[in-house]
Design a binder for this molecule. Sequence first.
Ligand code: SAH
Length: 214
Amino acid sequence: MAGDFDTRVIELVMALRNAGIRDKSVLAAMERTPRNLFVPESFADQAFENRPLPIDCGQTISQPLIVAMMTQALEVTDRCKVLEVGTGSGYQAAVLARLCRRVYTIERYRTLSQEAVKRFEAVRLTNIVTRIGDGTKGWPEQAPFDRIIVTAAAPVRPDAILGQLREGGICVAPVQNGAVQTLYRYRLEAGGIHEESLLDVRFVPLVEGMARSL
Ligand code: SAH
């Protein structure tokens, strides 16, 4: 074993800083979120390496650098009400929960959502609200949101989700762009949606409808 979890967390945060993550609050939130608790037990020893890992239901927990970049790009403040589409392991929601007022996170697999709830309890995060459902429609009952993060790749610009942003709000989402996926940042301004491409990424697809099993 290459050192205990504390040492490895610090090494990961240093790697994120070296990779250009400058927002200290994002680095601190990631330092305080034990990624080993969000991956299957058999992968716990790889939890602080900068790479994606498999989780249940054939899905993946994103690479820490991508989590850091997306969180930084979202420009979250402690007053923000945030929607996450794609709870997965719950790791991204847990990082966001340390930076904002409340996170609403939706997942189409019941198993993943239920496991994430247990993890939020284990790390004592009480400002995350979960829901099992189809996130392509956003979360209309809770809209509008100050920030929205989509952690699965949409086939086209996710307009239904963008429609739930508050004016001045920001959404970060990967979108299929020909053969590649591109991470976009959308800002809802008075004149309409301003869009900016950030980098090419690889996410599991955003799938319409509820998962049939699990
Ligand atoms: N944010 C997660 C990343 C999970 S991968 C983490 O930190 O671990 C993306 C997740 O999006 C998968 O769990 C997948 O099941 C989910 N997903 C895909 N399409 C969805 C949809 N329409 N509604 C809700 N969740 C969806």
